[in-house]
Design a protein around this ligand. Structure first.
Ligand SMILES: CCCCCCCCCCCC/C=C/CC(=O)SCCNC(=O)CCNC(=O)[C@H](O)C(C)(C)COP(=O)(O)OP(=O)(O)OC[C@H]1O[C@@H](n2cnc3c(N)ncnc32)[C@H](O)[C@@H]1OP(=O)(O)O
Length: 284
């Protein structure tokens, strides 16, 4: 084979392996670092990147693309300078339309299964607050770098709701059983330095650029590790949690819908929404 043909074929195979990202994302920016081929996925749904059906569907799509293209890794971050994500969009849970709620919850399950179980390595550059669903996304990643002076945690009980078992398992995969119990029952939000002390994050950063630099450095650890060995090992650690949800997926949707529509739970959400609004008014 002529050298030029070989090089053309090599180029073609490289091109076919490059991640193909839809340019139609409305709530995400997706970019690939030319130095290490790591993809940075930036959440951009102002004002607080709350996770509604649209945003979750886009995250799910990008995770599928990354897996198909055998990406060497992904960093999740935010376009906001103070919120990573405010967690699930409370408006999806307040007086929900049942059919839409089912789609919403299905999309959340999808994102969790794909992110928690991704064969490629993942890191979160947490450049703002990460309550509830925001903490969940960060914990699904294998490594967390967080900018100082923000909050992270599963604060569901503060809203009068209960973190589903797969949220809890994700925290148990990250910090101790004892710290998980204390954190969940009190709905604790950890400041960045407290999160580091308990192991909820791996490193602190001074700002977003520093967080991205440290997150990128994480992937260097895998340069000499065969990806298949890495992926199988991760699956051995996390796969059974994912299988449990797969088996109970429909039941999880139905149970959540019936719990979330209980009048007491709806009143709690209304109260919480009012608190968020009041906070804004009293700050003005
Ligand atoms: C009896 C047993 C019952 C059992 C019940 C079981 C129920 C079933 C289980 C269901 C499980 C569901 C799991 C849910 C997980 C979640 O993720 S719930 C969401 C939790 N999120 C939060 O608590 C965060 C709330 N937000 C904030 O704390 C702050 O907004 C912030 C720190 C993130 C940012 O602060 P700041 O920058 O000052 O912005 P704000 O002025 O507060 O907000 C701007 C704007 O956004 C709205 N908003 C904030 N968060 C959300 C959200 N999560 N969803 C929707 N909207 C949100 C906020 O109201 C403001 O709106 P306006 O501009 O005033 O319109």
């Amino acid at each position: 084979m002529m050298a030029s043909t070989r090089s053309l074929l090599r180029t073609k195979s490289l091109i076919s392996n490059l991640p193909r990202f839809s340019s139609n994302y409305k709530c995400l920016d997706v970019s690939v670092n030319n130095d290490n081929n790591i993809t940075t996925v930036t959440l951009k749904r102002p004002p607080v990147n709350s996770l509604n059906l649209d945003l979750l569907s886009e995250i799910s799509d990008v995770l599928t693309d990354l897996k198909k293209s055998k990406s060497p890794g992904m960093i999740l971050t935010s376009s906001s300078d103070k919120v990573f994500t405010a967690g699930l969009d409370i408006m999806e849970m307040h007086k929900p339309d049942p059919e839409r709620f089912k789609q919403f919850w299905y999309a959340l399950q999808d994102v969790w299964m794909k992110l928690y179980g991704s064969p490629f390595p993942t890191a979160a550059a947490i450049n703002g607050h990460a309550p509830a669903g925001g903490c969940l996304l960060a914990m699904c990643c294998e490594y967390r770098v967080m900018v100082q002076n923000f909050n992270i945690g599963l604060n569901e009980t503060q809203l009068g709701i209960v973190a589903p078992i797969w949220f809890i398992k994700t925290m148990l995969n990250t910090i101790s059983i004892r710290d998980t119990e204390l954190a969940l029952t009190t709905g604790r939000l950890f400041k960045t330095d407290e999160a580091l002390a308990v192991g909820l994050i791996d490193e602190m950063a001074t700002d977003k650029a520093d967080a991205l630099k440290k997150a990128n450095a994480f992937f260097e650890r895998f340069e000499m590790i065969p990806p298949i060995a890495r992926a199988y090992t991760k699956d051995s650690l996390r796969g059974s949690d994912i299988e449990d949800l797969k088996k109970n997926r429909e039941k999880d949707i139905q149970t959540t819908l019936s719990l979330i529509t209980q009048p007491k739970v709806q009143q709690g959400l209304e109260f919480y929404l009012a608190l968020l609004k009041n906070k804004k008014e009293s700050a003005a």
